[in-house]
Design a protein around this ligand. Structure first.
Ligand SMILES: [Zn+2]
Ligand SMILES: [Zn+2]
Length: 183
């Protein structure tokens, strides 16, 4: 049996420390090995000149096709403004019950909203979004529990309201088969 793992692939510049912190949090939540690496993707082909944003659907498919088959889940990390045709913007998206997700920190920084930069806040928000999208790949849909990481977020304030953890019922839904045996 293939070793289950989650791979975080950064497309764009993220500090090593920043990525380590995210990997640590993801590992804690999913209890499978998490590794991260950097990669390159020519994003110009995903740029929509009319919207001046990047097509999240196309990027998700591109990350999906670049992921290696033995990986349990692959998460692409971006710093550009993502959209899907029906929405003004997205923080990220993932294939439900699939193996690939993407997230961007573009709209997560305080500076975007005219507030003083705060690296800790940015890291916290991004961590939650990464865990949220990975949750979708594990088959989880949006959760109504107010603090659950699977609660849907439209604004950064919504992200700040929730924890970086799954609620009890979401955690149960991930199921033991996708996790390494726990003692
Ligand atoms: Zn979601
Ligand atoms: Zn939940």
């Amino acid at each position: 049996m293939t070793q289950q793992s989650i791979t975080l692939i950064s497309f764009g510049y993220f500090g090593k420390h920043f990525l380590e912190k995210i990997a640590e949090a993801v590992q804690l939540e999913f209890k499978v090995p998490v590794n991260f690496r950097e990669s390159r993707l020519d994003l110009s082909e995903f740029f929509d000149p009319g919207r001046r944003q990047y097509n999240g659907d196309k990027i998700l498919h591109a990350v999906e096709s670049s992921s290696t088959p033995d990986n349990l889940k692959t998460m692409g990390l971006f710093s550009v403004d993502l959209f899907i045709p029906i929405l003004t913007y997205i923080f990220g998206q993932a294939f439900l019950n699939g193996k690939t997700g993407i997230a961007s920190l573009y709209r997560l920084s305080n500076e975007r909203y005219g507030i003083e930069a705060d690296e800790k806040v940015l890291l916290e928000r991004f961590t939650k979004e990464v865990i949220h999208e990975l949750g979708h790949t594990f088959g989880l849909i949006h959760c109504m529990s107010p603090n659950c990481v699977m609660r849907s977020s439209t604004y950064v304030e919504d992200i700040d309201q929730k924890y970086r953890n799954f609620c009890h019922s979401c955690r149960k839904l991930i199921g033991p088969e996708s996790m390494t045996p726990e003692r």
